[in-house]
Ligand binder design. Structure first.
Ligand SMILES: NC(=O)c1ccc[n+]([C@@H]2O[C@H](COP(=O)([O-])OP(=O)(O)OC[C@H]3O[C@@H](n4cnc5c(N)ncnc54)[C@H](O)[C@@H]3O)[C@@H](O)[C@H]2O)c1
Ligand SMILES: [Zn+2]
Length: 355
């Protein structure tokens, strides 16, 4: 049984979650956009698994399709690939009435959304997320971006999709590491807003429970995005674990995957918050146990405190001399806390297990 979550931003759209949605994606997209030309943007792994299925479904529904496949991985989420996509659309005479279809994980979704936001000053696009991370996080809420040499996601736009269709069947081909990445972001919603959801991740998740968990994560994201589409307040809560996490990712030269870095960042900020008396006793232990259940890291001992601190200074969440941190006060309740940038080092130090 598929579930539908309604997202209300300046654009209103649905996120559908269920098994087998790629098979019927053509008709579902047609119901929203009508038939037109559809450029499917995907990566070299996902294309082998799902491109045929999506092409077929779209063609059967009356779309004329083209596909653009780029090399899988974060390394492709850059201006060069963006430029290649835009040139591809222009060479093939795509017009403002046509659509882009993002088929893949967060890398595909982010770059396709950004391409859609700038091509001809904006064409419509749809998200077909195929990773857990993309389903619960990146495909919903309209943040699109590419990485610059100076850091991740430094060029982008807020640009919402027409619809998001999350086919949970696609998760069966994801490897354990990629699944764990998505679980880090999923567990984050439990820590932030919802103890019941947090506890659900402590169960053995069968297909039905996993679909429920995904839908609930999306519902949390949809609520936050509705209240704060442009990241001026409440939406910053979704950055739990991300300030230290981004520093870890960057220090590793992006060898540490996003979700793994966020997991370590989340465990560290929880530990530091508890030591500083900002979080309920036992919170960090609960978070740590849950992350370990999904084989996620809960500490970062390979980089010096100073290295992590100086790396995090480039973080785009910094506002002049201060930085807004997300403090998990307890499971299911977190707050934003503005700190002087210099105090971040204290959080990093206290966040490490041995300290
Ligand atoms: N826009 C947002 O709000 C937002 C939020 C969180 C993360 N992100 C971005 O998302 C990106 C990470 O997303 P990701 O973890 O999905 O990475 P990804 O897109 O690189 O996918 C991970 C890997 O899994 C492969 N893959 C995808 N679907 C598959 C499937 N069903 N079966 C087998 N293999 C599959 C991909 O080819 C890739 O190798 C980062 O760039 C991050 O910045 C964006
Ligand atoms: Zn993230």
């Amino acid at each position: 049984m598929a579930s539908v979550i309604h997202v209300e931003t300046n654009k209103k759209y649905d996120v559908e979650v269920g098994a087998g949605l790629l098979l019927t994606c053509g008709d579902k997209i047609k119901a929203i956009t009508g038939t037109c030309r559809a450029a499917i943007i995907t990566d070299s792994n996902v294309s082998k698994l799902y491109l045929n299925k999506v092409e077929k479904s779209l063609e059967q529904a009356g779309f004329n399709t083209d596909s653009f496949v780029f090399k899988a991985g974060e390394g492709s989420k850059n201006i060069e690939t963006l430029s290649d996509i835009l040139e591809f659309l222009a060479e093939n005479n795509y017009t403002r009435t046509d659509i882009l279809v993002a088929l893949g994980g967060g890398v595909v979704g982010d770059i396709t959304g950004f391409a859609a936001s700038v091509y001809l000053r904006g064409v419509r696009f749809v998200q077909l997320p195929t990773t857990l991370l993309a389903m619960v996080d990146s495909s919903v809420g309209g943040k699109t971006a590419v990485d610059l040499k100076a850091g991740k996601n430094l060029a982008g736009a807020f640009y919402q999709p027409e619809v998001v269709l999350a086919d949970t069947e696609t998760l069966k081909t994801l490897n354990r590491q990629e699944l764990a990445n998505g679980f880090a972001e999923s567990i984050k919603y439990g820590v932030l807003f919802d103890k019941k959801l947090f506890d659900l991740f402590d169960c053995d998740l069968d297909d039905e429970k996993l679909e429920r968990a995904i839908s609930e994560c999306i519902a949390h994201k949809a609520r936050v995005v509705k209240n704060d589409e442009f990241d001026l307040g409440e939406r910053k809560l979704l950055n739990l674990g991300h300030t230290i996490g981004h520093a870890i990712e960057k220090c590793s030269g992006y060898a540490t995957p996003h979700g793994h870095a966020v997991a370590a960042g989340m465990a560290m900020i929880a530990r530091a918050s508890e030591k500083m008396g900002l979080a309920e006793a036992g919170t960090s232990e609960k978070i740590e146990k849950m992350l370990l259940r999904y084989n996620l890291p809960v500490d970062c001992d390979i980089y010096e405190d100073k290295e992590l601190y100086f790396t995090s200074l480039g973080d785009k969440k910094r506002e002049g001399g201060s930085i807004t941190l997300v403090i998990p006060e307890k499971i299911g309740g977190s707050v934003l806390r503005k700190e002087a940038v210099a105090d971040l080092e204290k959080y990093i130090t206290l966040g490490k297990k041995g300290n």
